[in-house]
Design a protein around this ligand. Structure first.
Ligand SMILES: *Cc1c(COP(=O)(O)O)cnc(C)c1O
Length: 360
């Protein structure tokens, strides 16, 4: 019997280091005092550098879905185009409708990317004033061609460009301002390697002006409330202060590692897993050329018992991989390689996978 905890190699939440937990475990302070304001202000330039933006970066005490819903509520006046290519992006369409917005899907098959010409064809109709895109569709392990899509979006400056980077932020470089992204959002339990419960989002000036014209924004997720408080280095309501200590720690750690190193490390881990997949006779689930850098979704073309593989890994090595999401559960499995993981920990995991595959 071992008491060792089960280490997460699922694509979020991911393993959180003891150092991160230690950084979060600091004395509480009032969120309207100078201590908090100093912490908030210290985070801003660091996170703006990371996201390549001059826009304010707001901190929401919620999971990513809070901000995903908020973006639609704050920025859709006419109709939102939801780009659907997997479980999370499909759900965003449903969420838009539940918010009472006119919404339409640009839908492709799971494993296929959203292509710029498909977006162009839809936006040309002039029906839409907002678009949602998931950069890294975690359910299928697919990374959409963000730069190419952004180039098309430049033709439609009145359409709000809302990008979910939940499972790519900090693992892949995102040029927020150069790409003209109006809202870039993420939860922190994926490549940030923090515990779940906080979301970060950068909002453009254009989006703030648009929000001012949209009724029914509510209170908790009103972008203008975030902006008004941001100007005083505060959040609208009491935030998860422990998370914000943790965010500061992570930003310092990322700065120390260096962004180029960090992105190269993530690419190296992805390459290791892709090579393993190929040499073991498996295939990647997403269309070639669109594989995610932060996680791998592997097609179960060898028809192995995925649940049994998961159990063997958990029992013998105390690690958890994912058994496939939604309609591709059992037909695929996913390995997260993001956050604090390294080529060494991923190589070790792949060895354990080999060992457990032999026992199936
Ligand atoms: C995990 C994930 C979400 C949902 O995040 P929550 O923290 O559960 O709200 C949304 N989008 C993507 C791409 C994700 O990977």
């Amino acid at each position: 019997m071992t008491t060792k905890h089960v280490k997460l190699f699922i694509p979020g939440p991911v393993e959180v280091s003891p150092e991160t937990f230690a950084a979060m475990s600091q004395p509480m302070m009032g969120h309207r005092g100078t201590g908090f304001q100093d912490l908030y202000a210290a985070i801003q330039p660091k996170i703006q550098t990371l996201l390549n933006t001059k826009n304010p970066v707001f901190l929401s005490t919620s999971s990513a879905w809070g901000v995903m819903e908020a973006a639609v509520r704050n920025l859709t006046g006419k109709k939102v185009l939801n780009c659907c290519c997997g479980a999370f992006s499909d759900k965003w369409l449903d969420v838009s409708k539940r918010c009472g917005k006119e919404a339409e899907a640009l839908k492709v098959e799971w494993g296929q990317p959203i292509l710029p010409e498909q977006i162009d064809a839809k936006l040309k109709t002039g029906q839409f004033d907002a678009l949602t895109l998931i950069h890294n569709e975690t359910s299928t392990g697919l990374m959409n061609p963000l730069a190419d899509i952004a180039a098309v979006m430049k033709k439609y400056p009145d359409v709000m460009f809302i990008v979910d980077a939940v499972s790519s932020m900090t693992g892949v470089k995102i040029e927020t301002d150069a790409l003209g992204i109006d809202v870039l959002l993420a939860g922190v339990q994926k490549a940030w390697a923090l515990p779940p419960g906080l979301a970060v989002f950068a909002v453009s000036d254009k989006a703030l002006k648009k929000a001012a014209t949209i009724p029914g924004r509510g209170y908790y997720f009103d972008f203008l409330e975030f902006k008004a408080n941001h100007d005083k280095n505060m959040t609208p309501s009491t935030p998860s202060i422990a998370h914000i200590y943790g965010l500061k720690f992570k930003l310092d750690q990322i700065e120390k590692e260096g962004l180029d190193h960090r992105y190269a490390r993530h690419l190296k881990m992805a390459t290791l897993v892709r090579d393993w997949v190929k040499t073991r006779g498996f295939e990647m689930f997403p269309k070639a050329g669109y594989e995610s850098v932060t996680l791998s979704c592997v097609k179960n073309n060898k028809n192995i018992d995925v649940a049994k593989l998961q159990k063997a890994l958990k029992d013998k090595y105390r690690v958890l991989i994912d058994g496939g999401y939604g309609q591709i559960k059992g037909k695929s499995f996913r390995i997260g390689h993001m956050g604090d993981e390294t080529p060494a920990t991923i190589t070790e995991l792949l060895g354990w996978l080999d060992d457990c595959l032999k026992t199936l």
